[in-house]
Design a protein around this ligand. Structure first.
Ligand code: B12
Length: 567
């Protein structure tokens, strides 16, 4: 395939006279220029093309530049083209023809980074072909390969084969093309130890660079909310980088409903990232995330605004450099690197022992994916054993997100009336807890709360399917289902789940929370709208907060606990 598919021309490559984005990145690193990453991808290809052009133009007029766009394909694009039609859609960009890909990347001289729903999905190979032909030299997302599952798609061997073919096609290109991985999309968002996240970069380098002859590059950021560990991780990763990084992702878990407050979070993480890249560049662009991020995918004018903010921050940052001292940060970075190397070595040694061929990239990929983040950390993490800790280990450098969720859950339970806590515990309830997609933090929070309240927990799975969840809930004898959903599929999922439950004759309350929206069919804005009313009408109990569910459980507990019953 590499004889016929090569990197196509693009305004970006032509304007800057480079063969690939890494050549451009190396020049920017040498000149100390901070690169900017914008994230776009609206359902409608025409609107996405408009965004590609308009954002670049508006920033160019202001004397600034957006260097690269991360193109957010819809998750339905992860299915092979002939199977895409009837699959559930999320909130991202859907393209039909190769011309759509080319028209998009030809809308402005900005580097196209096809970061999501390419490598790691059943459509990896065909989407990689399209991305290369459209002139992209940065293609992901190996992180998604490890952690994401396409709904209704159980064949992980096929997904692995297509992903490996995609990596091989990239490796065979005459120019350097990045195999990108967003660590947070992969296992990093669920690891409790940052050493394991760094060890993941080392394992990806081993598989992609050493076994396949391509170039692995990583990005991180979504869940790195603390300035100290965010910078320490940038420093640690910079020490082991071989290929320029893609982007430092916005610390999106810091955002809430209030836009003014989100600007404080934005300035905090951006300043850290700008400082890190200015002082010891790893080749990442910084990613100013629009302050509307917690509500839905952001619109064009919101992306322009946040880039104006970020560019001004770069200008204002220069006199602040002397205020920082790196001594403490470097010590943490060294701990992360040392732990990361132990993690990689432990994984390779453990796999050898288990009879996995560690020189075979197919076996390596599939084994890591099937073992999953939690088990990998439990078995191979570098931290010493500590049974009371989440993965049974004391992290060398604690990642923030999981611990914070557990603390939030514990705080919530502590604030409940003692009598309410008791009545729930006495009712001996059993909950089946699941997610419709990769977003697992809502599930971790609910598991913590219900676990503390003495409710028995049945794992309904992450990225589960309605039929599997209905079966799991019934067979396990659950008293209720608690479901977390974020990707704009909640209404479709609840409708299908209720139908499955009806067919099985199961009557159970279904509590649901998260981001309950969807892009309406035929929408002319491509923006999602709230569907909580429709979800309630479909028979689920919508919970904006965990307290809403707990209040209902108190009521349920004071009556007679209704186990799963048949009509
Ligand atoms: C963290 C995060 C991620 C992490 C998830 C890590 C993990 N393993 O869980 C990562 C980086 C992997 C990720 C990936 C993606 N994400 Co994301 N992500 C988020 C983010 C920043 C936070 C969501 C979260 O977990 N919050 C923590 C929870 C605990 O808090 P909460 O949401 O406020 O929930 C409260 C209540 O709703 C309640 N609750 C939640 N669930 C339940 C369930 C029950 C039963 C009850 C009672 C209560 C309850 O509990 C909380 C208590 O107050 C949001 C943006 C944001 N700031 O909200 C985007 C967001 C949800 N992601 C989004 C998208 C698009 C994606 C991707 C598709 C992007 C991409 N192209 O790759 C992928 C997912 C791909 C896939 N296959 O599914 C969109 C969804 C768009 C929409 N629906 O409009 C959002 C809104 C960002 C955006 N603006 O684009 N993401």
């Amino acid at each position: 395939m590499a004889k016929t598919v090569t990197v196509g021309a693009s305004p970006f490559l032509e304007t800057y006279g480079v063969a690939c984005e890494t050549e451009y990145k190396r020049k920017a690193m040498a000149s100390g220029r901070i690169m900017m990453h914008g994230q776009i991808g609206f359902r409608d290809p025409t609107k996405s093309q408009r965004a590609y052009g308009e954002i670049w133009q508006a920033l160019d007029r202001a004397g600034y530049r957006v260097d690269r766009y991360g193109i957010c394909l819809d998750w339905s694009m992860g299915y092979p083209r002939d199977k895409r039609k009837d699959m559930p859609c999320g909130t991202g960009l859907i393209m039909q023809e190769i011309d759509d890909w080319i028209r998009l990347t030809h809308s402005a001289p900005v580097a196209p980074h096809f970061g999501d729903f390419v490598i790691g999905t059943p459509a990896a190979f065909e989407n990689t072909i399209a991305a290369l032909l459209a002139g992209s030299t940065s293609i992901g997302n190996l992180g998604q390969y490890f952690a994401f599952r396409q709904p209704h798609w159980d064949d992980d061997v096929f997904t692995t084969a297509e992903s490996l073919k995609a990596i091989a096609l990239i490796a065979a290109q005459p120019v350097e093309v990045i195999v990108h991985s967003n660590l947070d999309d992969g296992f990093a968002s669920m690891f409790t130890d940052l050493s394991c996240s760094l060890g993941t970069i080392l394992l990806e380098q081993y598989i992609v660079d050493e076994l396949c002859g391509a170039h692995a590059a990583y990005c991180f950021g979504n869940t790195y909310a603390k300035p100290m560990t965010r910078l320490a991780f940038q420093r640690a990763a910079q020490k082991i980088s071989r290929t320029p990084g893609t982007m430092l992702y916005g610390a999106t878990t810091m955002y809430g409903a209030n836009h003014a407050q989100n600007y404080a979070a934005l300035a905090t993480y951006l300043r850290v990232d700008i400082y890190g890249e200015k002082t010891r560049p790893a080749g990442h662009a910084v990613n100013p995330t629009p302050v509307t991020e917690a509500e839905r995918i952001p619109d064009i004018d919101e992306i322009i605004d946040v880039h104006l903010f970020a560019n001004r921050l770069v200008e204002l940052d220069v006199p602040l450099h002397g205020l920082f001292s790196d001594e403490q940060v470097d010590a943490v970075a060294d701990r992360i690197v040392a732990g990361g190397r132990i993690f990689r070595d432990n994984v390779l040694a453990g796999f050898e022992e288990a009879g996995i061929d560690t020189a075979n990239p197919f076996e390596m990929l599939l084994a890591i994916r099937r073992i999953g983040s939690k088990k990998l950390e439990e078995l191979f993490g570098p931290g010493e054993a500590a049974p009371e800790k989440p993965r049974g280990r004391k992290p060398l450098v604690r990642s923030h997100s999981i611990e914070q969720l557990e603390e939030e859950g514990e705080g919530l339970v502590a604030r409940l009336l003692a009598s309410d806590r008791e009545s729930i515990a006495n009712a001996k309830l059993r909950a089946c807890i699941a997610t419709t997609d990769v977003h697992e933090y809502g599930k971790v929070l609910i598991e913590t709360v219900l676990g503390k309240l003495g409710v028995e927990i049945v794992d309904g799975g992450t990225s589960t399917d309605p039929n599997d969840l209905a079966a799991r809930a019934e067979i396990s004898g659950a008293d209720f289902i608690a479901l977390s959903s974020y990707n704009g599929v909640a209404l479709q999922f609840i409708t299908a789940l209720k139908q499955e439950m009806k067919e099985r004759g199961t009557v159970l309350p279904v509590f649901i929370g998260g981001k309950l929206n969807r892009v309406p069919d035929g929408s002319n804005t491509s923006l999602p709208v709230d569907v909580t009313r429709e979800i309630a009408e479909a028979g689920a109990i919508v919970c904006q907060t965990v307290e809403t569910m707990v209040a209902q459980l108190v009521q349920k507990a004071s009556g007679s606990p209704a186990r799963a019953t048949k009509d």
